[in-house]
Design a protein around this ligand. Structure first.
Ligand code: 8YV
Length: 348
């Protein structure tokens, strides 16, 4: 999204069909387009149901032999629905000779083989903008939870230790959040929304990006280690995929330092998780507040038991409003594709 641009408004679910549909498109069951859905979209309240009402859905995840299912149902399929989690690899793309569009639920699409799609002239859509605010909100939640030891405090109360007079009857002091130096790794849509919120906390804000941006009021650091050295808090908001794997490595984490906090709402592999654990254990990094992990849903045991870690199960976009908006955007993309031949929010 451009600087200052607001998320595109998304209609409520009951209005989605009317925006694109011909009046009688769904009157007759036989006119339903057949699509392949790679995996369940159970993280969205009504996505599976809405897709099944509008389309003749081949639910690929329910077939024990995916290859055989694609061979049996693939012919004539022009559209696939997937998610950042379920992806679409070259094998799937190339098993569908008539494929023209992949509509994905989620903003990240590193699990979709874009090269294979491009080679075949297949359009790929994602769901940008609609989740930006909620993911940015969660980044701040994590940062404050880490600095103010909120998880630790909650565990303390729940364990009945408050006022118990036991040896562990207190928790260490946290760190002040307001007025600190905030470094952002990846100043895209979500990174920028995180930065905007930083102004409310009177923070000095700098960022590291592939390219310097001339349309933002934040300082640019060409070196990520340099940014980490300067910052009190480092928030990772960059895209995932091979290009950013282990971008946040041991040097970066150690540059952040013993009081530094790293937050990740992007993709687990952007941080070298083994280096992260080692830095926390050695006291070279203060805290890690994470919504994403290198091998989800696996969380390293060392993080599970550490009071220096805040761990969440990849819930950046998991609010009722945002998940409905993501679902609507998938439906919009599909419908626009079937009616105009073009998706509305192409990924690239
Ligand atoms: C979803 C996400 O939870 O949009 C993304 O890229 O990571 C999240 O919003 C994810 O897409 C689940 O597949």
């Amino acid at each position: 999204m451009r600087a200052g641009a607001r998320p595109r408004p998304v209609p409520p679910p009951d209005q989605v069909a009317s925006r694109f549909s011909h009046p009688h498109l769904y009157d007759n069951m036989t006119t339903k387009h057949r699509i392949i859905q790679v995996g369940s979209l159970a993280g969205s309240p009504t996505a599976n149901q809405n897709l099944a009402e509008r389309y003749d859905v081949v639910e690929l995840w329910k077939y024990p032999d995916r290859k055989a299912a694609l061979a049996e149902h693939g012919k004539g399929i022009t559209a696939v629905v997937t998610s950042a989690n379920h992806g679409a690899d070259a094998e799937l793309i190339n098993a569908l000779p008539d494929l023209k569009a992949i509509c994905s639920w989620g903003v990240g699409y590193e699990t979709i083989d874009i090269q294979a799609a491009k080679q075949r002239g297949v359009q790929v859509s994602n769901t940008p903008d609609v989740l930006t605010d909620c993911v940015a909100d969660l980044a701040w939640g994590l940062l404050i939870a880490g600095a103010r030891r909120m998880g630790q405090g909650e565990r303390f109360v729940r364990a009945g230790l408050w006022g118990s007079g036991q040896v562990h009857g207190s928790i260490p002091l946290g760190l002040r959040v307001s007025g600190k130096k905030l470094g952002i790794v990846g100043l895209g849509r979500i990174g920028e929304a995180i930065a905007r919120r930083g102004a409310g906390f009177d923070m000095d804000i700098r960022y590291h990006n592939r390219r310097k941006r001339d349309d933002v009021p934040y300082g640019y650091e060409a070196s990520l280690t340099g940014l980490a050295e300067w910052a009190d808090f480092l928030v990772v908001a960059t895209v995932g995929g091979a290009g950013t794997r282990h971008l946040v490595n041991r040097d970066v984490l150690e540059a952040l330092g013993p009081d530094g906090i790293v937050v990740n709402i992007a993709r687990g592999p952007v941080i070298d998780e083994a280096a992260l654990v080692a830095a926390l254990q050695a006291g070279k990094l203060g805290c890690a507040a994470l919504d994403v992990f290198e091998h989800e849903p696996k969380v390293p045991e060392a993080l599970m038991i550490s009071d220096k870690a805040v761990v969440l199960p990849h819930i950046g976009s998991a609010t009722l409003e945002t998940r409905l908006s993501m679902e609507n955007l998938v439906l919009e993309n599909l419908q626009a594709f079937f009616e105009t031949g073009k998706v509305v929010t192409p990924a690239e």
